[in-house]
Design a binder for this molecule. Structure first.
Ligand code: GRF
Length: 197
């Protein structure tokens, strides 16, 4: 059974998809804790499922290194096999990446390497793209630069706004993250190997 710590910053709809999937006993992973960088509304999903939560806010630390140390201590106390950033809107400090990667994955609402960064959906629209998508990738020290694990395309409609497009991408992301975690748990995806390639 793969033990997951999930990190969020916002509403946590992807977290909820994972909580629902992992509450089925036949699913090969379980969420042992959910962490956030603020009192995120999505923490309520974890509480509803009886999963422990924690908040480690950068505002409480003098610099990124000490924030990272606190995050490492909190996450490590649950001994996870995999850390999943599901809408965690902070760039992780190098010390955190160094401890957990490649067992540290992130979801991104675009087909990386296209449109990295915090405004991926807006950037795809501004670019006049007709197709974008969702990516799950290993976190490295860059911003959305780590090896891609899985991707799914989403068509862009002529009348899409950032909100309508992001909602459609998030529907795809929720399936994708559950599918990816299952594949990692079944060793159909080898993160160590992928990180070396
Ligand atoms: C997702 O689109 C994720 O890719 C991005 O932030 C969004 C989080 O949504 N990084 P939610 O909080 O899971 O609803």
């Amino acid at each position: 059974m793969l033990k997951l710590v999930v990190l969020i910053s916002g509403s946590g709809s992807n977290l909820r998809a994972l909580l629902e999937a992992t509450s089925d006993e036949s699913f090969p992973a379980q969420i042992v804790a959910v962490g956030a960088d603020n009192e995120a509304s999505g923490l309520a999903h974890a509480r509803e499922f009886g999963v422990p939560t924690f908040v480690v806010s950068p505002a409480d630390y003098a610099n990124r290194v000490s924030w990272g140390e606190a995050l490492i201590a909190e996450v490590s106390s649950y001994s996870p096999d995999l850390v999943v950033c599901a809408g965690f809107m902070r760039i992780l400090p190098a010390n955190v990446v160094g401890v957990f990667s490649p067992n540290l994955i992130n979801m991104h609402p675009a087909l990386l390497p296209l449109y990295p960064g915090a405004h991926a959906v807006r950037d795809a629209l501004a670019d006049g793209a007709t197709v974008t998508g969702a990516t799950v990738h290993i976190v490295d020290e860059g911003v959305d630069t780590g090896p891609v694990i899985e991707q799914v395309e989403v068509a862009i409609n002529a009348d899409d706004t950032e909100e309508t497009l992001h909602e459609r991408i998030k529907i795809v992301e929720r399936e994708l993250i559950v599918h990816t975690v299952r594949n990692i748990a079944h060793a159909h995806v080898n993160l160590q190997e992928l990180a070396r390639s």
